[in-house]
Design a protein around this ligand. Structure first.
Ligand code: PLP
Ligand code: TYF
Length: 394
């Protein structure tokens, strides 16, 4: 049987981790995988996480199963973090999931259960796992144009033109904030127009929310989602705690299905519970419990927010620094978009060849589409980096 397997295409981003590690050059720069790094290049455990883990270690008396939907207190706390009080709790079906990826997978399967004929739309470009997972789950897909590579901003006219092809029941994946890979985001008015269009077409928004707190702040990053949820009958949300709690390897995420009424939300809750059971039974508890402890303890929550804010502002400073260095180097404003983008990434608009050249000649590692991890930028070497970028960009 196993000999019938064919080699699977590697994930280009994860592949880059190994390539960077294997590079013997000491002056190499890692702008690849989307993991937050501090000024020393480390990804430390957050202070509040350490404190909550200590508390958990001392107080936990059992490792018995929790429940198919996970920790219900975690689910409630996350509903609050993401949606605030924008929607009544009774309209939200929530299931803990293994990471944001696990939440996306469970929600795609929910779509498949509810409406196997639905077409799932995602932005071109998007996080490569979106197309891969939609295909794997067996749903039809379509793309909408999103990014203008000449200006490195959102091509909103093209996006709306493509979404005009939506059919009733189609599902549209939208990055709730901090678009990956581009860093270019919709403004509030554009979110409203997208909402109007989806409502007119009878399409359902599916928010991938992996970077809350990495853009303009915890509440500001959730503003679009919170407004949209007041204006649509149904919505799917996959939120991740990997980045904003730094809990990457503990696999903490939540799948939420917002329904028009409590009875429909109950149906969705039953389906999510069943999908958890079918795929892995019980979601991993440790990281979710840590998040629940932090969100429900005013002191820990304040410290977590303060540290998250330090991370966010550090990335903003790096953005401003790189944009300034590129401005000096090019004597133009052609890279100012780096300062206007938000979140962990910016797509610089370089060709694949230029990206390879940077890797080979200067040991600068970015994803092949010229996406850079802003947190990986070396603050003391921005000028050298800008020089190298401009040299290959010609
Ligand atoms: N969605 C996007 C756009 C991402 O960039 C990521 C990666 O961090 C995720 C979802 C989910 O990540 P995880 O499964 O590690 O929570
Ligand atoms: O885009 C990134 O770099 C992060 C990390 O299959 C990641 O979202 C990358 C690929 C993947 C899972 C996570």
């Amino acid at each position: 049987m196993l000999e019938k397997l064919t080699p699977q295409p590697p994930d280009k981003i994860i592949e880059l981790i190994g390539m960077y590690r294997a590079d013997p050059r000491t002056e190499k720069v890692d702008l690849g995988v989307g993991v937050y790094k501090d000024e020393k290049g480390a990804t430390p455990v957050m202070r509040a996480v350490k404190a909550a883990e200590k508390r958990l270690l001392e107080s936990q008396t059992s490792k018995s199963y929790v429940g198919l939907l996970g920790d219900l207190d975690f689910n409630a706390a996350m509903r609050g973090l993401v949606l605030g009080d924008a929607v009544p709790a009774g309209r939200v079906a929530a299931a803990q999931a293994p990471g944001g990826t696990g939440a996306i997978r469970q929600l795609l399967e929910l779509v498949k259960l509810a409406n196997p004929g639905a077409k799932v739309w995602y932005s071109d470009p998007t996080w490569p796992n979106h197309p891969a997972m939609v295909r794997h789950v067996g749903l039809a897909s379509a793309t909408y144009r999103y990014f203008d590579s000449a200006t490195c901003t959102v091509d909103f006219a093209a996006m709306m033109a493509d979404l005009d092809g939506l059919s009733a029941g189609d599902v549209v994946i939208l990055h709730g904030c901090c678009h990956n890979p581009t860093g270019a985001n919709l403004d509030a008015a554009q979110w409203d127009q997208v909402t109007d269009l989806l409502n007119a077409k009878g399409a359902i928004p599916f928010i991938d929310f992996a970077y809350q707190g990495f853009g303009d702040g915890l509440d500001a990053d959730a503003a679009a989602v919170r407004r949209m949820v007041t204006r649509v009958p149904q919505m799917l949300i996959a939120a991740s705690c990997s980045k904003n709690f730094g809990l990457y390897r503990d696999r903490v995420g939540i799948a939420m299905a917002v329904a028009q009424d409590a009875a429909t939300a109950d149906l969705a809750k039953g389906a999510l519970s069943s999908l958890n059971r079918l795929n892995f039974s019980f979601p991993p508890d440790h990281g979710a419990k840590v998040v629940e402890i932090i969100l429900n303890d005013p002191e820990l929550r304040a410290d977590w927010q303060a540290e998250l804010e330090e991370m966010r502002t550090r990335m903003l400073e790096l953005r401003a620094g790189l944009a300034e260095a590129l401005r000096r180097e090019t004597n133009s404003d052609s890279f100012d978009f780096v300062a206007h983008h938000r979140g962990m990434f910016s797509r610089l608009g370089l060709s694949q060849e230029q990206v390879m050249k940077l890797r080979e000649e200067s040991g600068i590692y970015m994803v092949g589409d010229s996406r850079v991890n802003i947190a990986g930028l070396p603050a003391d070497k921005l000028d050298a980096l800008a020089k190298a970028i401009v040299r290959v960009a010609g």
